[in-house]
Design a protein around this ligand. Structure first.
Ligand code: HEC
Length: 434
């Protein structure tokens, strides 16, 4: 259904999905269980070293390719390249630990690939294979066993766009480690335009943190573009601002348009790129690009975004389980094509529930370990159909404390609605077809 998911790793996985590595790991686990039962403690480890036979080229690279390389390639959004044995070498131990602890790849929903199309997660067996390989001192193996390399030479995962937009006067991020927000009018379209896909491509990921592309009337665009850190509106004017594309370091996909669905930009609307930067110690000037793919046939189902948000926020310092909620009732039936939870540094958990008119409650998304720096859009395996009159409720938990490891403020102050690091937000952006 969704044909435009960034598919570097996905394509690869089709070729090597349940590769021999998994079966081997499974067989090995079985051997080990039997073996440990039969032999005195201590010698199991020695035997393990002789038998596992797992190597980077044969067993680990296929797992990395499927679940890590989309971000961890040279020039990718993650600074550590795991593409070659030499480059991966110094990250091996940390990688194994991060996989076991569920920290990498970044994914905050409780549910995985059974419900979300973009949950490109290692299985428990993958994590076990990596663990056993590391225990074996992470042998390289024979480079001839390496699967065909993924091609990251073009930044455009969906092929050359029909039109590429850039920021005329890019913002130079000062070295001091604080957050900056800027909005740029990229273009104003003189005719109604239907898009089948949009790609946001970044660079200088040390300082480029997230980007939202919005379509709005020129006057609103001008108002947004005039904002800066002092009063940046994270949600934008009105609840129905069309946030037509998003990117953050946690996104493993660049576009989410199902077949037959397109984004309509009305005539004389402007495209505005809202960018969140964070200083990194160096002075850097990111030059992000936006690639537009025009729909072959204008018309069809129009994908819109619907926002549910709460701007009355006051989270006192030393609040540990601060609850905040918001809701919205649907006037017409919709199908949901993505769900994007949006909080900032204090946000920890969020649940999105649909209360249908028949009295039933259906949990749409539960995020339990939210991290601002790895925001993502959750794409359901099948679009979720909801009838008119459905009340969509969001409930979130925040921690505004010194103990919150994600809190960049050394001295917590009361957080109110606004831009990070001092402000907070509560919003969910839904991609819907009415
Ligand atoms: C959606 C993008 C994405 C995917 C997929 C991903 N990572 Fe990461 N990873 C990142 C980013 C971004 C960082 C840098 C975090 C930072 O610097 O704050 C990172 C950091 C890391 C680090 C360094 C952690 C540290 O302590 O410095 C390791 C190791 C790592 N990732 C391993 C992996 C492995 C292994 C996989 C696959 C199983 C994976 N990652 C998948 C985005 C990703």
């Amino acid at each position: 259904m969704f044909d435009s998911i960034r598919c570097a790793s996905v394509t690869f996985s089709r070729r090597r999905r349940i590769g021999p590595a998994r079966n081997r790991a499974r067989a090995l686990a079985a051997i080990l269980v039997g073996f440990i039962a039969l032999t005195p403690a201590g010698s199991a480890r020695a035997q393990d070293e002789e038998t596992s036979g797992l190597t980077y080229h044969k067993d680990i690279l296929p797992i990395f390719a499927r679940t890590c390389l989309g971000c961890h390639h040279t020039g990718g959004s993650a600074p550590q390249s795991l593409e070659t044995y030499k480059l991966a070498r110094s990250w091996i131990r940390t990688s194994g630990r991060q996989m076991r602890e569920g920290l990498m790849p970044p994914w905050h929903a409780e549910s995985g690939a059974d419900r979300w199309r973009n949950a490109i997660l290692p299985t428990a067996e993958d994590a076990e294979t990596v663990r056993l390989w590391i225990e074996d001192k992470a042998p390289e193996g024979d480079p001839a066993d390496t699967p065909p390399p993924l091609d990251f030479s073009s930044p455009w995962a969906l092929g050359e766009p029909d039109r590429v937009l850039e920021i005329a006067e890019p913002f130079t991020v000062p070295s001091v480690e604080t957050d900056h927000y800027r909005a740029f009018i990229l273009t104003t379209l003189d005719t109604e335009t239907w898009l089948s896909a949009i790609e946001l491509v970044g660079d200088k990921f040390e300082v480029l943190k997230d980007m939202t592309l919005s379509a709005l009337p020129f006057e609103d665009a001008e108002r947004l573009a005039a904002q800066d850190d002092a009063a940046f509106d994270r949600v934008g004017p009105g609840p129905d601002l069309q946030d037509i594309a998003f990117w953050s370091a946690g996104m493993n996909l660049t576009a989410l348009l199902p077949k037959g669905v397109a984004i309509k930009i009305p005539e004389s609307f402007s495209l505005v790129l809202r960018v969140h930067y964070r200083g990194s110690g160096a002075v850097l000037t990111p030059r992000p690009r936006v690639g537009l793919h025009f729909a072959a046939e204008p018309g069809g189902h129009e994908l819109k975004t619907l926002s549910i948000d709460q701007r009355e926020i006051e989270i006192e310092p030393e609040s540990y389980d601060f609850e905040l909620g918001a809701e919205r009732t649907l006037d017409s039936p919709v199908t949901i094509h993505f769900i994007q939870p949006r909080m900032q540094y204090y946000g920890r958990e969020m649940t999105v529930t649909a209360h249908t008119p028949d009295g039933a409650a259906r949990e749409l998304l539960k995020v339990t370990n939210y991290l601002y720096k790895y925001q993502t859009r959750y794409v359901p395996t099948e679009p979720i159909a909801l009838p008119a009159g459905t009340r969509i409720a969001i409930e979130a938990l925040y921690e505004n404390s010194y103990d919150n490891p994600n809190n960049p403020n050394m001295d917590p102050e009361t957080a109110t609605y606004g831009a990070a690091p001092l402000g907070e937000m509560l919003a969910v952006t839904l991609g819907v077809v009415e």
